[in-house]
Design a protein around this ligand. Structure first.
Ligand SMILES: [Zn+2]
Length: 460
């Protein structure tokens, strides 16, 4: 067993400087679409990895695409890829923030800023751990490869093409998903993956241009056309009824079912309480609800727009209507086949005129919870947190692990200490300073335990 006393002491020595670093990183408003800030954040990341001793390469696809920053350190026999991102979700609506999102504040031992957890405050501890390791023990026991992209929050649309510039970057023995979670009690929640996603628009266009609404007797209203089409997609309990929506979905294994069924059903009460609901869709509850949350393909309206939506009235008959939809998928669903199922459904119901415009899609990538890499992440997280871990099949959100892992069937796991109340993607995003320390300790211990694993098989 490696003694981490010196490693932990080094974290304490550096913590003040490291917090300043996180504050500086969070001052860069690297939201999707802000090209200058994304470039600045990419340069900041490259520079930080260089200072940690990494060999750094910045992969480019041209001016308009935020680069992929690659930083490698160590020449141990195994390679561990750590996936992260320097872009952030938009901070708007700004008036809901207690502290300005890009002028970080420290209150009650928490740092408040956009990106404080997702992902700047999860990325930095994984770099700090490399520095602390080298200072405490010398050479890393494995090769660590940081892959830090700038389009994670907008669907990682160029990640495949960026990785294709250096196909060897996909070769690794294991990969770390961008972060990890502790629940409010401090219990580590370790996951073998996330769902994939398809984002698309359904568009109705019924005539050449908008009209005076007195003509609606004879003119087809695009808004009405679209809601008629949408109404065919769900039953009265709001459950999707698109035949083939689950095409390609692997049926859950006995191991997966056992893990999901053993989850604490009180999390369902928490959800109902948080959203002030008496019941879930279709009366789902208990094991059925837990299974549905993990294994169901979802079909969700993100937003709807058509015609005049301001506070004042306007007697218009719109010629165009839009619904933005997201579909969460599981292994081994192939996005084109799922989109094809939706197309067939619309055609069959008489809506061949409704156009489908796909804006992003990424498949899911799951590693079995019994895999030694997931078990190792759970064990070291539990050791640092002082709490038994909870291991899950998949969290409901999406991460770009398929692009990184699928070709060579690389096993992946979450690792880190983002809290359930960190408000990622929401106003007042924050991270506890204690959790920055915990995440750094987890990464150090993971490197040690991962290097010692007798074998690290690929995902079957
Ligand atoms: Zn993220």
């Amino acid at each position: 067993m490696t003694d981490f006393t010196r490693f932990d002491a080094i974290i304490d020595e550096h913590l003040e400087d490291w917090i300043e670093e996180l504050l500086a990183f969070c001052r860069i408003p690297s939201e999707g679409g802000d090209r200058a800030s994304l470039r600045l954040a990419a340069e900041w990341t490259a520079d930080r990895l260089r200072r940690a001793g990494c060999a750094v390469e910045v992969l480019e696809l041209g001016e308009d695409v935020p680069p992929l920053v690659v930083g490698e350190l160590g020449d141990g026999p195994r390679t561990l890829s750590s996936v992260g991102h320097y872009d952030v979700q938009p901070a708007a609506p700004l008036d809901l923030w207690t502290y300005p999102p890009y002028n970080p504040a420290i209150r009650d031992d928490r740092i408040y800023a956009r990106g404080a957890t997702d992902n700047k405050g999860e990325l930095l501890p994984r770099i700090w751990a490399l520095e602390a390791w080298v200072e405490a023990f010398g050479a890393l026991p494995v090769r660590v490869r940081h892959l830090v992209e700038g389009e994670e929050e907008t669907g990682s649309v160029h990640l495949d093409a960026l990785l294709d510039l250096r196909p060897d970057l996909r070769r690794a023995d294991a990969a770390l998903i961008e972060g990890g979670e502790l629940d409010l009690a401090g219990r580590p929640m370790v996951q073998g993956g996330g769902k994939g996603i398809i984002v698309l628009e359904l568009v109705a266009r019924t005539m050449a241009h908008d009209a005076h609404s007195s003509l609606t007797v004879v003119l087809p209203n695009a808004g009405q056309r679209l809601v008629k089409a949408l109404a065919t997609l769900w039953d009265d309990d709001l459950r999707p009824v698109v035949e083939g929506l689950d095409v390609g979905a692997q049926p859950p294994t006995p191991e997966q079912l056992a893990i999901v069924d053993a989850q604490d059903p009180s999390t369902l009460d928490d959800i109902r309480e948080d959203w002030q609901l008496e019941r879930f869709n279709a009366g789902l509850d208990g094991v059925d609800a837990l299974r549905a949350l993990t294994f169901d393909t979802t079909l969700n309206i993100q937003g709807l727009w058509s015609g005049h939506t301001e506070a004042t009235a306007k007697t218009v008959t719109p010629a165009e209507a839009h619904a933005r939809i997201d579909i969460r998928i599981i292994p081994d669903q192939d996005p084109p086949a799922v989109i094809e199922a939706l197309r067939r459904h619309l055609d069959r119901h008489g809506f061949a005129d409704i156009e489908i415009v796909v804006s992003e899609s990424e498949p899911a990538w799951w590693t079995p919870p019994s895999h030694p890499v997931v078990q190792t992440a759970a064990a070291v997280s539990a050791e640092v947190a002082g709490m038994p871990p909870s291991i899950g099949v998949s969290f409901p959100g999406t991460v770009p692990m398929h692009q990184v892992c699928a070709r060579y069937r690389v096993p992946a796991t979450t690792l880190g200490a983002g809290r359930a109340d960190c408000r990622a993607h929401a106003p007042d995003e924050n991270i506890r300073i204690d959790d920055l320390v915990a995440a750094t300790k987890m990464m150090g211990r993971f490197l040690d335990a991962f290097a010692r694993l007798p074998e690290v098989p690929p995902v079957p």
